[in-house]
Design a protein. Structure first.
Lengths: 113, 248
């Protein structure tokens, strides 16, 4: 499943422009502690978080994540969005809280380790 | 004037912090700090500076110097220490913090645990704010707010698994204008460097984060400075004009 498929089916908001959404999503990880994501997320995971700090982009690049979904209606800080577009990291958003989004992703086949 | 060694614990809570023991009254803090051989302390309650004046007053006439300070909780739930000059007018700073500290439902407040006191340990009242909550400031905004009021910003207990810059944000964001990083008493500065890598050019300091009297001075940093003031500590953290950190 690609990010684009998920974005359509879950009606995710797409914050980044000029960043391709055709990346395959192989799994998911939900955490708001970036140290935890660095330690445990896997390549091509979709990361679900409420952190909007620019460091999320660096972590997504470091771990080669498929993309980042901001939950609870959060929007990225201006610097975060600029960095995401520069680094080609897809940033998406939803009004759903983490638990709800993770549940929906799971039923669609996006699973954790 | 000659430079001298000065032992400082610049991260101490009072009974105003919801998690600080009631026993952390101004007179008890001063007494315990002196008994622990400290020359300089800072009063750093969660999101408030309102008990600092009482501790400064309680230490008047003793050898102990006291800086007013704060431990700000940022929107990312990172704790940032702000230290100010003794006598700094912190009213506008505090108002700005309270304006950006969301109120929670009454039942989530621990008002009786947030005790405002005077220098003689008399209860002045209770802080009605939700001091344990997170402010709306990003870590960047918190650091700049502290600096804009003449303060010095230090990332707190970066070795801890919660409320630390590294636990919350994975690494120290580039361009963040911190003066130092603090490690908790459970780690030595050397162990912190071994675990997290070098922090250059940031200085590593070690303070107690005391919430009870017996914890005061359980970790301290020695500075080589002319006198116990914020300006001198700032110079020492920058390694300027012969001032420096001697030991953590």
């Amino acid at each position: 499943m690609t990010l684009s498929d998920l974005a359509t089916r879950l009606e995710l908001r797409i914050f980044t422009s000029g960043v391709p959404l055709d990346r395959p999503v192989r799994g998911g990880y939900a955490s708001d502690l970036l140290s935890d994501v660095i330690g445990h997320a896997r390549k091509d995971d979709l990361w679900v978080t409420m952190q909007v700090h620019p460091n999320i982009v660096a972590v997504a690049v470091l771990k080669e994540l498929a993309g980042v979904v901001l939950v609870g209606g959060r929007v990225p800080a201006a610097e975060t969005l600029a960095q995401a577009e520069r680094e080609k990291v897809p940033l998406l958003g939803t009004g759903l809280p983490t638990f709800e989004l993770a549940g929906k992703l799971y039923t669609m086949g996006v699973k954790g380790s | 004037m000659a430079l001298r060694r000065l032992r400082a614990d610049l991260h101490i809570h009072t009974c105003l912090s919801p998690c600080g023991e009631l026993a952390m009254s101004p007179r008890a803090v001063v007494e315990r700090a002196r008994a622990a051989g400290l020359d300089l302390i800072a009063v750093t309650d969660h999101n408030t500076t309102e008990n600092a004046g009482a501790v400064i007053e309680a230490a008047a006439g003793t050898e102990l110097a006291v800086l007013p300070g704060i431990e700000l909780t940022t929107a990312e739930e990172v704790h940032v220490l702000g230290l100010f000059e003794t006598g700094a007018a912190l009213g506008p700073f505090q108002e700005e913090v309270y304006r950006n500290l969301p109120d929670l439902p009454a039942k989530m407040k621990f008002v009786e645990d947030q005790v405002l006191v005077d220098a003689a340990d008399y209860v002045r009242g209770f802080c009605p704010r939700c001091l344990f909550g997170a402010t709306l400031f990003s870590v960047q905004e918190a650091v700049e707010l502290i600096r804009s009021h003449g303060g010095l910003a230090i990332a707190c207990h970066i070795d801890r698994e919660s409320f630390s810059l590294i636990s919350q944000l994975g690494f120290i964001p580039p361009g963040l204008r911190l003066e130092a990083v603090e490690v908790s008493p459970r780690l030595t500065a050397e162990e912190a460097r071994a675990e997290f890598g070098p922090f250059d050019p940031l200085q590593v300091v070690r303070f107690s984060d005391a919430h009870k009297p017996e914890e005061i001075g359980s970790a301290a940093t020695e500075f080589l400075v002319e006198r116990p003031s914020l300006g001198e500590i700032r110079l020492a953290l920058a390694g300027a004009q012969g001032r420096r950190v001697i030991a953590t």
